[in-house]
Design a protein around this ligand. Structure first.
Ligand SMILES: C[S@@+](CC[C@H](N)C(=O)[O-])C[C@H]1O[C@@H](n2cnc3c(N)ncnc32)[C@H](O)[C@@H]1O
Ligand code: SF4
Length: 381
């Protein structure tokens, strides 16, 4: 299980970003941290959490690096004191080089942070400027080199199919990531309503992103370059060269493990059959927590049918669906529940089925999003 407090605050807004974050200038950090601790405390007091063990503490958001090193460490200490943490646990911190002074990295490394997650996005300065990323590619590189030198594992988010991004630019970004010896999360751009990028495209200030074929070619280029460099595709977007990262990944427990996420605007939290997200508005969030209530804005409890569908989305995470486990949980086999979908996907060469499990094929990896949609409830109306 993963414990994931969000610092939903950023120094500046990247043009593409759809995450519900607040500008540093519009919020006082200390009261936010107090509310965050109060929310964590509420969960820590529940019977379910008291009997749960967490393997990872992940400071996400947002950009936790807007905090001082001392504030980040204090928050992690708080989590360690209030929750049951596994003997072999990992601390991961998300940081952007725009707020990640090298001295902060020193302190975090010394404290025992295992991994820095950095939204590098691209090492192309022209694109960085266009996407409103204020730090330069050289700044990002410097922060990564520094963290690697201290022995930290670094995982960078890289985006493809950005407006105006040439294949050459994408290849150079991938080459740089390989050279820096970091793990990579690759994200294809999604233009979200309400983002600055959507406005820029509408008003002609930015060209639109490439079409689906171009996006596919960019993904395949990344796949080829990274696998040739010894990486393996894991999870939804990750490329890793560290074997035990693949084995120990918290995702492996999907959909029965859990991510206890907290903070304004956090989403994708789940504990067994419950999924939830929090109030986005940071002031409303603080007010709710301070009145003693959990700041949940959406909560759902999955039925058996929902859980069977979720179990099938392991394919999206490149994980096998075990027939024995499916039978133990639901008293049926996946083929009994989803006969047409499985037949269709198998005929298309996107999945393989044997006596033990269902897996996606190499071809299926490209279409794993579409595979997941096959198991979604049919829309009506
Ligand atoms: C919440 S951000 C956390 C990263 C951190 N704030 C930073 O920028 O260093 C997680 C990642 O989501 C990705 N992302 C944000 N908006 C996106 C979009 N519209 N389409 C695809 N990926 C996006 C970016 O790669 C980003 O680094
Ligand atoms: S990508 Fe990261 S730094 Fe940029 S606005 Fe989103 S959360 Fe903030």
């Amino acid at each position: 299980m993963e414990l994931q407090p969000w610092i939903s605050i950023c120094d500046s807004r990247c043009a593409f970003c759809y995450f519900p974050t607040t500008a540093t200038t519009k919020i006082r950090i200390e009261p936010y941290l107090e509310a965050l601790k109060k929310e964590l405390e509420m969960y820590a007091g529940t019977r379910y959490v008291k009997t749960s063990v967490f393997d990872e503490i992940v400071l996400g958001g947002g950009t936790p690096s807007v905090l001082s090193a001392e504030q980040m460490i204090d928050l992690i200490d708080f989590c360690k004191a209030r929750f049951n943490i596994n003997d072999e646990y990992f601390i991961k911190v998300t940081g952007s080089s725009k707020t990640l002074a090298l001295s902060k990295i020193d302190k975090l490394a010394e404290y025992g942070v295992y991994q820095m997650d950095m939204g590098a996005q691209t090492f192309d300065d022209k694109l960085r400027k266009m996407m409103c990323l204020p730090d330069s590619a050289a700044d990002v590189e410097k922060a990564i080199r520094h963290a690697r030198k201290l022995g930290l594992c670094v995982c960078v988010d890289l985006m493809y199919n950005l407006p105006g991004q040439t294949m050459e630019s994408w290849i150079n970004t991938l080459k740089k990531a390989i050279e820096l010896d970091v793990e990579v999360d690759t994200y294809s751009l999604h233009v979200d309503p309400g983002t600055l990028l959507e406005k820029m495209i509408k008003t002609g200030k930015s060209p639109p992103p490439g079409d689906a074929e171009y996006e596919k070619q960019m993904y395949l280029t990344a796949y080829r370059m990274l696998t040739e460099a010894g990486y393996k595709a894991v999870g939804h977007d990750r490329f890793s060269r560290v074997e035990w990262h693949m084995r120990e990944n918290c995702l492996n427990g999907w959909p029965w493990g859990g991510i206890l996420t907290t903070g304004a605007g956090c989403f994708m939290g789940y504990l067994q059959r419950f999924s939830y997200s929090n109030i986005e508005d940071i002031n409303q969030y603080m007010k709710t927590v301070n009145s003693g209530k959990l700041p949940i804005s959406r909560l759902s409890e999955s039925t058996d049918e929902d859980m069977m569908r979720r179990e099938m989305t392991r394919l999206y995470l490149r994980l096998p669906v075990s027939k024995t486990e499916f039978m133990e949980r639901f008293g049926k086999l996946p083929e009994d529940v989803f006969p047409q979908q499985l037949k269709r996907l198998k005929e298309k060469g996107l999945i393989e089925i044997d006596d033990r499990e269902i897996r996606i094929t190499k071809q299926g990896e490209v279409w794993k999003g579409n595979i997941a949609w096959e198991f979604a409830p049919k829309q009506t109306g």
